[in-house]
Design a protein around this ligand. Structure first.
Ligand code: GDP
Ligand code: GDP
Length: 437
């Protein structure tokens, strides 16, 4: 259920970001001819031979500015070892083996993770011998690549995919609601976990006798099975975890991937931050149900308008997520904590809702009569019929005369009409256009 994760590690300037861009299939990271440049994006979804996976470019993780370069590399390697299923260790074939490469190799050998080594910048077959000295770093898979030309990247991807864990069967029953708490460090996720699990009517299932820490926490509430995703990750504490703001985004991404419902935790005391938007944006893009949980409400000085003002701020900052309900809670005083699970249950139901084709078409038909689609250059957009093709999130295919004629604003109108009729509270809606011949 959770996708395999590939983490790219290596010292600066070897071409990690170039390789990341190739795997991501879009030029999204910033590549510049100087070491240590910050990237826009360090996490992407990718696909090779029908296997989907995630890629992390650890070179884009920002650590403490004061740290020495080696310290940087060590932190990156540590994160890669922690997070990845397979590690892609990139080196520069032109420079040969450097002490920093040796340091990375030493750290990676100590982990039990499979490592694929890409010797990059082998742009020309006549430089292929440059790769042989890298065998002395002791890895079995050493693959010459030129990420600029794309040569060797197929072999590299084959090797990576070969080491993915076996496709895991569904981890939990289809009816179990998978919930995650996501948000920046210190917003109160771990306190909320304790508050929710500490509720009287919550029955936490005893964990089967394993020796390692359970990652998730299954529990029951009002006869419904739930599982709190990545509880161990939320509670984990350590230098790297605390200091790397971006790391919290990675953690959130993996949790989002495995969830049905995401509780997006915002610090009521400190307000909304840029990082909150990124995290929420990923939940939306991934098609998960979402609830905004504004925590630490006890610590906010308020009058009768404060809550409305905060709500408006949330709507302003997260315009693409108007569907997500907002709760104001306090993990500390337990204020409104008892509203969280009923809300989770409600949005989970909407997330899995199926609308019959006849009812769906009736609503769309009425919507198009009330406000007909605008015409453009004498041609009018027309929806012949629609059908819901899947759930989680509800996905609707519109069979139309010509997808090119569809206007964003008109699709938005149709979505709003669907929401007026069916609510879809807490869930994104996917609308796909197909040309009807
Ligand atoms: P990072 O710091 O490890 O992420 O390295 P970058 O991806 O930013 O690349 C560093 C520099 O190496 C850039 O100038 C790239 O254009 C260059 N580079 C990356 N891959 C190749 C390659 O396969 N061949 C050559 N000749 N240059 C490359
Ligand atoms: P996490 O990093 O998101 O898991 O956040 P924690 O649960 O560790 O909480 C961070 C800090 O915020 C701790 O000092 C908590 O005691 C405090 N905190 C958490 N929830 C609340 C709350 O509802 N009210 C107040 N006043 N403080 C809180």
């Amino acid at each position: 259920m959770s996708l395999p994760v590939v983490a790219i590690v290596g010292r600066p300037n070897v071409g990690k970001s170039t390789i990341f861009n190739r795997l991501a299939g879009e030029r999204i990271a910033i590549v510049e001819d100087k070491p240590g440049i910050t990237r826009d994006r360090i996490y992407s979804r990718s696909e090779w031979n029908g296997r989907d996976f995630h890629v992390i470019d650890t070179g884009g993780l920002e650590f403490d500015e004061q740290d020495e370069i080696l310290e940087h590399i060590r932190n990156q390697a540590e994160l890669a070892i922690e997070e990845a299923d397979v590690i892609l260790f990139v080196t520069d074939g032109r420079d040969g083996v450097t002490p920093a490469d040796e340091e990375v190799a030493r750290l990676l050998h100590r982990s039990n993770k499979p490592v694929i080594m890409a010797v990059n910048k082998i742009d020309d077959v006549k430089h292929k011998e440059d790769m042989y000295e890298f065998y002395r770093l002791g890895f079995e898979h050493v693959i010459p690549v030129s990420s600029i030309h794309g040569t060797g990247t197929g072999d590299m991807l084959d090797a990576l995919v070969e080491h993915f864990p076996d496709k895991d069967e569904a981890e939990y029953d289809e009816d179990t609601i998978r919930v995650s708490l996501i948000g920046r460090p210190n917003v109160g996720k771990s306190s909320l976990v304790n508050a929710i699990l500490g509720e009287e009517r919550v029955i936490v299932s005893p964990v089967a006798g394993t020796t390692r820490d359970a990652i998730d926490t299954p529990f029951e509430y009002e006869g419904q099975e739930y599982v709190l995703i990545d509880t161990a990750g939320i509670r984990k504490r350590g230098k790297v975890y605390e200091t790397v703001e971006k790391y919290s985004v990675l953690r959130a991404l993996r949790a989002i991937e495995r969830s049905d419902v995401c509780l997006i935790v915002i610090d009521g005391e400190r307000g909304i931050a840029e990082q909150d938007k990124k995290i929420a944006g990923y939940a939306h893009e991934a098609g998960r149900a979402a609830v905004f949980v504004v925590n630490k409400w006890d610590a906010v000085e308020k009058d009768e308008k404060t809550m409305d003002r905060f709500k408006r701020q949330i709507r302003d900052h997260f315009q693409f997520m108007e569907y997500a309900p907002i709760l104001f809670v306090s993990a500390k005083t337990k204020q409104r904590i008892h509203q969280i699970l009923p809300m989770v249950s409600e949005v989970a139901e909407q997330h899995a809702m199926r609308i019959s084709t006849s009812v769906l078409n009736q609503v769309l038909h009425d919507a198009m009569i009330t406000t007909p689609p605008p015409s453009s250059r004498g041609r009018r957009f027309r929806v012949q019929y629609a059908t819901q093709v899947s759930v989680k999130p509800p996905t609707i295919v519109l069979f139309v005369n010509d997808p090119e004629l569809a206007h964003f604003s008109y699709l938005r109108y149709l979505e709003n009409q669907l929401r007026n009729s069916f609510s879809f509270k807490g869930t994104p809606l996917k609308m796909l256009l197909r040309k009807k011949n």
